[in-house]
Design a protein around this ligand. Structure first.
Ligand code: NAP
Length: 303
């Protein structure tokens, strides 16, 4: 047995983070966190007084609605951080293109088609992820729709269903199947993409506002149900963010400028600014955060 010594290992999301006394051949638990909790890192080689090589265990990340906007930026951010990334959506060609882009970043990546309104799709997405990568560490529920904005007096059962089926039923089905796996693993982190409209009203967006309040409610209730199991559930609440949804929602440049002028920092957010908050909530740096909603909104909710 060789003498124990300290190894400093500075790593990204999908890798170990530890400073520990180890001996050659040791198998040890590097970090007490929901994601890395039961990840065993095996010391494969070492050189005294120099950097040690360890076997890396990348996180397995699943993202719904990943083919555009915030979901796409999130997939790229996770891939850059070394995670195995499963992207899903409803457009197969776009999905395969994104997978090629993620693989160029050095990540292992797969596309799995899933309409989050369909339970069989969501179940298959989670099951195929586990079949491919062996587990599910992080799930990001991004799929969402602005529905049909307009005053309450113009809303219909159809416009309600068009919004709620994706934003609310889709979140429920995603949580249900992601938690099924994560509870069995006793680890995992789920991030639902809510909105500032999940925490405040917005004239002309009542059905969307109601649907995102439901996402906030699901986040809190699910977090409480699984608290203490090693699984955390949180939300990010983006403000106006430069995506296709913002353009569709505002309809023209003048409306968009009016909306962003009401943001304290006087601009819309970039998708990657939302993605970075998601990475934080997914990571072991957020190990004591569950049931929370993190506003990423240029100060909007502070006003
Ligand atoms: N942009 C903003 O200002 C803003 C602000 C607050 C919150 N958000 C939230 O952020 C999330 C991402 O939106 P985004 O801004 O990035 O807009 P986006 O580019 O339109 O992204 C929405 C994604 O969700 C997918 N999607 C919609 N319905 C789906 C379904 N039934 N099943 C699977 N995927 C579905 C869309 O795919 P298809 O192309 O197939 O429809 C699209 O890829 C949404 O939940 C949205 O509510 C956005």
């Amino acid at each position: 047995m060789l003498a124990a010594f300290k190894i400093p290992v500075e790593v990204g999301f999908g890798r170990a983070r530890l400073v520990s006394d180890v001996s050659q051949g040791d198998i040890f638990q590097p970090y007490k966190s929901p994601i890395m909790e039961s990840t065993k890192i095996t010391l494969t080689t070492y050189y005294q007084n120099s950097m040690t090589t360890i076997a890396e265990t990348p996180a397995v990340v699943l993202i719904t609605g990943a083919l555009s906007g915030i979901g796409r930026a999130t997939a790229i951010a996770f891939a850059k951080d070394g995670a195995h990334t499963v992207v899903s959506g409803r457009r197969d060609e776009e999905g395969q293109k994104l997978v090629a882009e993620l693989r160029k970043l050095g990540a292992e990546a797969e596309y799995i088609r899933a309409d989050v309104r369909q339970e069989k799709d969501v179940q298959n997405l989670v099951d195929q992820t586990v079949a491919r990568f062996g587990r599910l560490d992080v799930a990001v529920n991004t799929a969402g729709t602005e529905g049909k904005p307009g005053p309450v007096t113009e809303q219909t059962a159809e416009s309600y269903a068009a919004t709620f089926d994706t934003n609310v039923l889709g979140t429920l089905l995603s949580l249900k199947h992601e938690l099924r796996v994560m509870l069995a693993q006793k680890r995992g982190s789920i991030i639902n993409v809510s909105s500032t409209f999940g925490r405040a009203g917005g004239a002309g967006a009542s059905v969307y506002v109601a649907s995102k309040h439901a996402v906030e409610g699901f986040t809190k209730a699910a977090a409480l149900e699984v608290a203490g199991t090693g699984v955390r559930v949180n939300a990010v609440a983006p403000g106006a963010t430069e995506t296709g949804m913002l353009n569709r929602f505002t309809g023209n440049a003048a409306n968009k400028a009016a909306l962003t002028s009401g943001v304290p920092v006087k601009r819309a957010g970039e998708p990657d600014e939302i993605a970075q908050a998601i990475l934080f909530l997914a990571s072991d740096k957020a190990s004591y955060i569950t049931g929370a909603s993190l506003a990423v909104d240029g100060g909007k909710l502070a006003g």
